[in-house]
Design a protein around this ligand. Structure first.
Ligand code: ATP
Ligand code: MG
Length: 679
């Protein structure tokens, strides 16, 4: 049949898009593995569109991506292609199953909760909730006294999460990743056992449990066949960043691989720190018999050749790599720039100047991005943008959910759904005047056996100093109202507390109204809470939360959250040793290799212009085990000396404003400073 809607694709992409779709049978398993910007995601959109145009039922298609944003971009592309092909678009966003592994897992577990021994009202804990529960359990066991120097709640959670996701024995996890905690192995084992029991009795699943529970129920072949049978086609983007549990779930969904399409790039695997395993994608073909077909793509459509040459030089140093170098026919005289500046503040000023200059030249803010390794590294650039009134949206940064008032309101909703959720309970009860941790614990103990929402709250003796506010609380917990009125009820109860707790109550009040607005777009409290917990909205320069609509704004993003995306101009902060690679990432070859891939991912986001910042004095914060400090920075080791001449090293000092006299800072003599420090 004629497929003019596939004309845009090159031969390899087209072969992948139509692979196995000729007959009535489901296509055999397919792996598309290729470098950055080679049109993998674009091919995937065309493949889904082709399936729909040729009669596949959109409700029997499951599309898994690495973020909700990526999922909705993909389905929008599918809708555009099907609209052009058929006259009217197939409502892919509404009809196909789309989302992250975690979100899909939550949906399945919720739908089948009773059958698999879960209560359908289960709460989902985000990382902060999990750390809070870990802390409650730790304190309960008397492990965390100041004398014992037991690992922090965050470290405990990281160890637990690593063990769960990798499936490795605790002793191995400690030896390989947390050797300084190895002496606590026995206590940690007890802690984790108690933590798991606490989650069960409190009817709570954490982030890792969503995959773990999903993988566990899929071990039952009948159940797996039932779930897997719900979809004909299961397609996954960014497969290099999945972990072993996800691979297990996938093969349980489609044991013979028919209907499976996975797409990715081993050179972009950057989530090993969360137990992602690049072997998943490399081993995929041999998980089936006969082995899956493999299609590779070679042409990069995204970047100019100079950008690609620089990125290729970075990844060429990798110890192991499957995907090959790409080529581009986009010649350009504009080489990637390595900009040496004295400090991070000057780096921020230089980049904002460039960004505004380019905007004057016609490049929208939306076509530009600033990428960084860790959210905290953006502080200087955020300050500079705010000072100069440049709107921005920050991906993967301080999440909307992290603000106390948002967390409070969501906890009220959560507690009303699941009174066993002690983390939510402690949080909400302590909002009531006169209720501290002890009273909160006592109230929750009195409730422990009640599992139905609202049950038993009325029987609890009111705390002595709570007064009339107790009845208001009980009413909020027990009044049955349909969604989304429930969030209005929760907000009405919480609202008067804002003035008591926060100085900037008005701004927070506005946030909560916005949150209520967002909530009305969801079919149920569960859907709303799940999505917000797993994939919260990004922070904006305006207010945390809702993206600035119809406006031009700059994107700030961690490199991890920039995966799969592209901008005409990309600025990378702190291309220095100590940042990329981070000083925590240099412990082992594996970690170092992941750092190299991180830089490769960052550089390959750029279409036309790429700028790397090299502040000579780099402030190491949070990442350092020894506390904050300045380091004298050198260029990241991943940019080989041999290609440095392809970069223009630009020295930059602040512009002198007419009439203003400013002392010129003396250039930093790094060698002399080192000698002064170490003799
Ligand atoms: P990443 O590895 O970063 O996720 P990718 O391989 O998924 O990259 P895409 O995002 O699909 O690459 O494509 C990169 C860019 O190339 C997009 O702007 C896309 O529209 C464009 N592109 C892809 N295929 C073609 C093609 N055949 N002709 C022209 N442009 C294309
Ligand atoms: Mg992609």
């Amino acid at each position: 049949m004629a497929t003019p809607y596939l004309d845009k694709l090159n031969d390899q992409q087209r072969a992948a898009a139509v692979f196995g779709t000729e007959g009535p049978a489901l296509p055999p398993p397919l792996l598309v593995i290729a470098g950055a910007g080679s049109g993998k995601t674009d091919m995937l959109a065309h493949r889904v569109a082709h399936l729909l145009v040729t009669g596949a039922d959109p409700r029997r298609i499951l599309l898994m991506t690495f973020s909700r944003r990526a999922a909705s971009e993909l389905t929008r592309r599918v809708e555009r292609i099907t609209a052009a092909a058929m006259g009217t678009p197939v409502a892919a966003e509404a009809l196909c199953w789309t989302g992250t592994f975690h979100a899909i897992g939550a949906r399945i577990l919720r739908e089948h909760a009773l059958a698999i021994g879960l209560h359908p009202n289960f709460s989902i804990h985000d990382r902060e909730d999990s750390a809070d529960l870990m802390n409650l359990v730790r304190n309960g066991l008397g492990l965390s006294t100041s004398e014992t120097r037991f690992p922090t709640k965050g470290t405990c959670l990281a160890i637990y999460s690593r063990a769960v996701n990798s499936g490795a024995p605790l002793s191995d996890v400690l030896r390989d990743h947390f050797p300084w905690c190895a002496m606590w192995a026995d206590h940690l084992r007890t802690l984790f056992g108690t933590y798991v029991t606490a989650k069960q009795t409190q009817n709570v699943l954490d982030y890792d449990d969503l995959l773990l529970a999903w993988a566990q129920v899929m071990a039952d072949p009948d159940f797996a066949a039932h779930i897997g049978g719900a979809w004909d086609h299961v397609l996954i983007d960014e497969y290099q960043d999945t972990n072993r549990l996800q691979a297990r779930i996938l093969t349980a969904l489609k044991p013979d691989g028919h209907g499976l399409t996975v797409v990715g790039d081993d050179a972009q695997s950057i989530y090993a720190f969360r137990a992602a395993d690049v072997r998943n994608i490399l081993d995929f073909p041999h998980a089936f018999s006969p082995p899956a077909d493999v299609i590779t793509l070679e042409r990069n459509y995204r970047s100019t050749q100079p950008i690609l040459t620089a990125a290729n030089a970075v990844i060429a140093g990798a110890a192991e790599r499957f995907t090959k170098d790409l080529w581009s026919d986009r010649a350009s005289a504009d080489k990637p720039r390595l900009v040496t500046v004295a400090t991070e503040a000057l780096q921020a000023r230089y980049m904002v100047n460039r960004i505004l200059e380019d905007r004057e030249g016609g490049m929208r803010l939306k076509d530009q991005a600033v990428l960084f390794r860790t959210s905290s590294h953006a502080a200087q650039i955020e300050a500079e943008l705010t000072r100069r009134n440049v709107p921005y949206v920050k991906f993967g940064g301080l999440k909307f959910l992290d603000s106390a008032h948002v967390k409070d309101l969501l906890s009220v909703l959560r507690l009303a759904r699941n009174p066993r959720d002690r983390v939510a309970g402690f949080r909400v009860l302590q909002l009531i005047p006169g209720v501290g941790p002890t009273a909160a614990g006592r109230i929750l103990d009195a409730l422990d056996l009640a599992i139905e929402p609202g049950a038993a709250w009325g029987d609890v003796a009111p705390p002595p100093r709570a007064g009339a506010s107790w009845q208001g609380f009980v009413d909020t917990m027990t009044t049955a109202v349909p969604w989304p009125a429930a969030i209005g009820l929760a907000r009405a109860w919480y609202d008067p507390h804002l003035d008591r707790i926060h100085e900037d109550a008005e701004a927070r009040r506005a946030d909560l109204l916005q949150l209520e607005q967002i909530a009305t777009g969801y079919p149920s409290a569960e859907a709303f809470l799940t999505e917000l917990t797993l994939d919260p909205p990004d922070a904006t320069s305006d207010q945390a939360g809702v993206p600035l609509k119809d406006e031009d704004y700059l994107i700030l993003s961690t490199i991890h959250s920039a995966k799969g995306q592209e901008w005409r101009s990309v600025h990378i902060l702190n291309a220095v040793d100590g940042c990329i690679p981070s000083d925590l990432g240099t412990g082992s070859t594996h970690e170092l290799e992941e750092e190299r891939r991180l830089l490769y991912v960052a550089m390959t986001r750029a279409k036309d212009h790429l700028t790397l910042g090299l502040p000579q004095r780099f402030y190491v914060t949070q990442q350092s085990r020894n506390g904050d400090r300045h380091v004298y920075a050198i260029r990241t080791r991943f940019i080989p000396g041999g290609i440095l001449d392809r970069f223009e090293a630009v020295s930059w000092s602040p512009p002198v404003i007419a009439g203003e006299t400013r002392p010129t800072p003396a250039p930093i003599d790094v060698a002399a400073s080192m000698r002064a420090m170490w003799g």
